[in-house]
Design a protein around this ligand. Structure first.
Ligand code: TMP
Length: 240
């Protein structure tokens, strides 16, 4: 059951990915490191690695059961999980239900404005360029993904959306927006990878609209650790 960590394959801002003795599996280690604005702002958020690991490990099997294939295999330790080895497609997929963040800034739409349908956006996964907004033609023209992969990614992103919105609503949380990453297995199957956590989603309390995600860190709102801990509590709570 245990997968001992081999060579470090990749280190990102919030996670490390290690090879294992099985070439079809990796170990992902979640770090407490937090960055914003492409790494310009850096800090440690105590307990974040364990919380994001636990939240992702709670949600991914439920998404799998709802028809979204994922890279997740099992939790290994408070900060580690065993995953299927994927090649990450360098296209970040953002799904928005309510205007916020870069969408609000770019289009001058007040934060909190409900969108009449979900908006799917694509960004090029490049720290050097600050993850610029692209469209699907760009991703195909530059060889990042095929049209078939992109239509599958959109379909899966909307399935994630359809699962998560009522899931969080039943736990007193409005899902404002979220970012997903997908990868391909050795046989070419597209699967959901990366994480779903307060680092990669905007969560607002359904009653008060209080922010319960990484915006507390990005915007110096305080109470970052408490918000992450509260989100773990809500994600793992039964629906009410
Ligand atoms: P944005 O409004 O800043 O574009 O963010 C949209 C969503 O994507 C939000 O839920 C936060 C998440 N996100 C990431 O996961 N990684 C990033 O690098 C950025 C900029 C946003």
């Amino acid at each position: 059951m245990t997968a001992s960590r081999g060579e470090l394959k990749y280190e990102g801002k919030a996670k490390r990915v290690y090879a294992t003795a099985n070439p079809a599996e990796y170990v992902v280690e979640y770090k407490d490191d937090a960055t914003a604005f492409n790494g310009v702002k850096k800090a440690q958020i105590g307990g974040k690695g364990a919380i994001n690991n636990a939240i992702t490990a709670h949600l991914f099997p439920q998404l799998e059961a709802a028809g979204v294939p994922t890279h997740f295999i099992e939790l290994l330790s408070p900060t580690e999980q065993r995953v299927r080895a994927v090649t990450i497609i360098p296209v970040e997929v953002i799904v928005r239900n309510v205007a916020a963040g870069s969408f609000s800034k770019r289009l001058s739409v007040e934060e909190g404005t409900e969108l009449s349908r979900p908006v799917v956006e694509y960004c090029y996964k490049s720290d050097a360029l600050g993850d610029p907004l692209i469209n699907t033609d760009t991703a195909v023209a530059l060889g990042w993904a095929t049209p078939e992969q992109l239509s599958r990614i959109r379909e899966l992103a909307l399935s994630v959306q359809a699962f998560l919105v009522p899931y969080f609503a039943a736990r007193g949380v409005k899902l404002i927006d979220f970012k997903l990453e997908f990868g391909t297995l050795a046989d070419g199957t597209v699967v959901l990878a990366d994480e779903i956590s307060p680092d990669t989603c905007r969560f607002w309390d359904a009653q008060t609209n209080e922010k319960m995600d990484k915006d507390r860190f990005r915007r110096d709102l305080g109470g970052v650790e408490d918000a992450y801990a509260e989100m773990l509590r809500r994600v793992t709570a039964p629906a009410s």
